[in-house]
Design a protein around this ligand. Sequence first.
Ligand code: WT7
Length: 649
Amino acid sequence: MSDKTYPPSADFTEKAHIDAAKYKEMYAASIANPEAFWDEQGKRLDWIKPYSKVKDVSYDFGKVAIKWFEDGTLNVSANCIDRHLATRGEQTAIIWEPDSPDEEAMHITYNQLHKRVCRMANILEDMGVRKGDRVVIYLPMIPEAAYAMLACARIGAIHSIVFAGFSPDALGARVNGCDAKVVITADEAPRGGRKTALKSNTDAALLHCKDTVKCLVVKRTGGQTTWIDGRDYDYNELALEADEVSAPAEVNAEDPLFILYTSGSTGQPKGVVHTTGGYLTYAAMTHEYVFDYHEGDIFWCTADVGWVTGHSYIVYGPLANGATTVMFEGVPTYPDAGRFWAVCEKHKVNQFYTAPTAIRALMGQGKEWVEKYDLSDLKLLGTVGEPINPEAWNWYNDVVGKGNCPIVDTWWQTETGGHLLTPLPGATPTKPGSATTPFFGVEPVILDPHTGAEITTTEAEGVLCLKDSWPGQMRTVWGDHERFEKTYFSDYKGYYFSGDGCRRDADGYYWITGRVDDVINVSGHRMGTAEVESALVAHAKVAEAAVVGYPHDIKGQGIYAYVTLMNDIEPTDELRKELEKWVRTEIGPIAKPDLIQWAPGLPKTRSGKIMRRILRKIAENDYGALGDTSTLADPSVVDDLIENRMNHA
Ligand code: WT7
């Protein structure tokens, strides 16, 4: 970790929304009187019925309830589209950049966005979708993904996006998990020059769902699909006929806007629920201040809408602010390692937001790829998803930003809806590897993991919790409020527990040290080790499996699986490949183990509990520091595991 600081340039600060003095003043006000502060911020939105109550929050275990602007009503799609039409109807809302640079980009104006979203809203209504119903979106990164989100918001339906890289099983589980009425998909998803057959994945998923679930199919490639009359609806055909007008529904501030599944340390992924008023206020505000977004800027967040980053910073935050947002279908290395920079040049991108894993991958390809392109429109660079190592930070700063672009390292989570710890680019001196200081209204605390006591010294290390609520916070786990309370409010009573470890330095800067639970972070994507384990043991030849993370140069963490086979099964390389493929089809490519080690036995306590601490150390090649193994039922299994460890690098 580095402690070198980079103060914002005078030039940047002068034009910025927030400078150091303003940050200090506004932050103090936001903590001293949250009601007044958020009362003011809620006015960013157009309300149908204005709220009179700002905040009503209890973090008391057993009766956790989080409400913001609870008696207000609004429509999120009207806030992202309709209210801009009078002043910026002909401005580009979305720039769509396809997977292949040979295909043409699209510029969609706010007027066009309005019509297309209304059409999609009418199509969904015709298919029987009503306010409060759930719609699963399983689409490539095409404009229709944004239309679908906003169309749901328009009629008050709740969307649940499933990343197009997830398998049919994962899709089916999510359709059933929220009892969706409709799945919106496409024929195929082009990505990095390859195609994923989304419609046929959907067909496979729907075999395990109620037969009343309908499917709306968008044409992307024109690839062949099987068609089930009565169940499948052709979006492109219906859009020709659909009405271009759809009145936005009046929705309560605390009605759900979307569900997004995310991995936890136990069990199946949970459906994180975000509501409308608070979420949109927070997404819009953070988008404006953290990226210092100004009228006319071109903003590009490279995430997929299948993750929360895409929800908040491709669609909802930027569009609520009347911004021009870039939506990219492809990957950083296709057709070559210059693609990100080619797109920045082509669309004159001003703010660029990506993940450390992408930066590290591109860094490895050499700076020539960056230097080929004119990046002089870039004003700011952002990162999210995992801690960024100072080496990657410096490369981003020097090679991409030419030392002229502040870097915002934003720490947040699917649960938080928007940034919580982040520099404000005109206000905060940055330190490579630190997410710096809290956003307005955010009160981070560091607790002693053993006693649960708050560590009040400036320098501190422990678990990161939040003392009070902010409007973008998740409200519940879909269908399981008890799980919500248990996951986030039971270990440390009276606080929201983030699941992350954290250090606070002498300047009060926060440094995320990684998850403290059994969640690993692979290329900025959260993966529950329990999920990968249950996929592995579902294979007929596997008796037992234990999965841990290990340091990986590009991905941040890789997936390391210890597998015990059934009696009489030969461990072969072929079987190893078979298991990799198995996990890909059970969950999706992002869950594929990087390393599989055959384990004749796993280190267990006498009561049968797997000692992951030891498995983590072996995977990290740190077996000199295994600690106490005397409580193991059979200490000799450890020697075998060390001898045959896979991570020789
Ligand atoms: C976890 C949340 C928020 C969108 C992307 C991931 C890690 C996220 C940072 C950062 C260090 C980070 C944390 C967090 N994380 N951003 N800037 N520095 N760690 O969302 O899948 O909900 O994962 O990602 O461990 O808990 P997610």
